[in-house]
Design a protein around this ligand. Structure first.
Ligand code: KG4
Ligand code: ZN
Length: 386
């Protein structure tokens, strides 16, 4: 039976079911995948943010239980929605792709068990897929509401420099070809998204603080507070954001806004560093903090792109939704037209099943399937160990 599926894959586009459950989103998508592009046919995400925000961050035990509750209804909805669009004809995908690492073991196990069961029941091949490789490929997802140009495998010219910034990761990875990655640098402590979230918590913002800080930053003065730029000029491409987070904590303490302010939007501080005479506001604080993180990310990316003669710069991970980061990278490529910049459409910046389906395509084409009995999860799986 598997052999007949293989011959179908040689002739036709593949319909790939992508399953993602490595953190706090249970996300499933069906994509029509070919060398011409990756088109979302049906998708659904069950977010757990409303539950985790009560605890100020993701609680692995709760995440695992919620994935277990959500995953079958989400798969069923995605598949039956597509079945309706083809007039209820019997349908099953050609391939299943599932995130098997890195991530929280509780969520990874749920996604992997469902994928293995479906692979057995439907008798279709399975591709265990790396979450970070998913974020890299999120730039190729052509969503149902995407108005921008269609992207395909050909949109990535190699070598591609990938800046992956999320709640759990901050990495600069050189992509030499599909499936060939080299780590250039990573954070030695907090990830960029984690720093955003922890400082957001100090300001009294609900989890995740990143989007709230970036919303406040829009109207703030990014030069109001001279936060440090850790490791910005150091050799190599490693990052460190823990010191910046501590600097933010000390600044709030020294300016009498040490911990949670119940109404931070209206709080106003008489700062010692203000370049104007007006008080420093929460928006100024957010803009200055955001500027420090973005400066470090951009400087390292700029140097790595030059050193490794990158043809494409890829931005991925939840923090790629940050407008300041997106605009700064856009400015970088405008000054260096030899680089092509690929960023995900806003909908695919956060964890999603569509990016997992796209990331599996190259292996599916090369029939690098794994028997469902041999699929294991690895919470520490590195994209450069593929
Ligand atoms: O990739 P993702 O959905 O989950 C992980 O794999 O971690 O990323 C979530 C992270 C959170 O830390 C969140 O605060 C951050 O992405 N984030 C942002 C913004 N939107 C999401 N950080 C800064 N600015 C944003 N606009
Ligand atoms: Zn992620």
């Amino acid at each position: 039976m598997i052999a007949s599926v293989y011959s179908i894959l040689e002739c036709f586009n593949m319909i790939i079911l992508g399953i993602e459950s490595s953190c706090d989103d249970t996300s499933v998508a069906l994509l029509d995948c070919s060398d011409d592009g990756f088109f979302v046919l049906s998708e659904k995400t069950a977010s757990q943010i409303d539950v985790h925000k009560k605890y100020g961050g993701v609680v692995p035990e709760i995440a695992g239980r919620m994935h277990a509750e959500n995953i079958l209804p989400v798969v069923e909805e995605v598949v039956s929605h597509y079945q309706l669009t083809i007039n209820n004809k019997q349908f099953k995908p050609d391939v299943i792709a599932v995130t098997t690492g890195p991530g929280l073991i509780t969520g990874l196990l749920v996604g992997a068990e469902v994928a293995k069961t479906l692979s057995y029941l439907w008798d279709i091949p399975l591709i265990p897929t790396n979450h970070i490789e998913g974020h890299i490929h999120s730039v190729l997802v052509n969503g149902t509401d995407t108005k921008s140009e269609v992207r395909s495998l050909k949109s990535i010219a190699f070598p591609a420099l990938c800046l992956i910034v999320s709640g759990g990761h901050t990495e600069l990875v050189l992509m030499k070809d599909f499936g060939e990655y080299e780590l250039l640098g990573k954070t030695r402590d907090d990830a960029a998204g984690e720093a955003f979230d922890k400082v957001g918590k100090l300001l009294g913002f609900e989890y995740p603080g990143g989007p709230k800080i970036s919303a406040h930053a829009k109207t703030g003065n990014p030069h109001a507070i001279p936060f440090p730029r850790p490791m910005m000029t150091s050799d190599g491409y490693d990052f460190s954001f823990a010191g910046l987070k501590t600097a933010a904590l000390y600044w709030l303490r020294d300016n009498n806004l040490a911990v949670t302010d119940p109404n931070p939007i209206f709080a106003s501080l008489r700062g010692k560093f203000g370049i104007s005479h007006r008080p420093i506001t929460i928006s100024d604080f957010c803009a200055s903090f955001e500027e420090a993180i973005v400066d470090v990310l951009i400087q390292k990316t700029k140097r790595a792109a030059k050193e490794y003669h990158a043809k494409t710069i890829i931005l991925g991970g939840g923090v790629s939704a940050n407008p300041k980061l997106r605009n700064s990278l856009q400015n970088l490529v405008e000054q260096n037209p030899s680089y092509e910049l690929l960023v995900p459409s806003p909908k695919y910046t956060m964890d999603n099943g569509a990016m997992i389906a796209v990331a599996s395509y190259h292996r599916a084409k090369n029939k690098k399937f794994v028997d469902w009995k041999d699929v294991v999860v690895n919470p520490n799986w590195k994209v450069y160990d593929l």
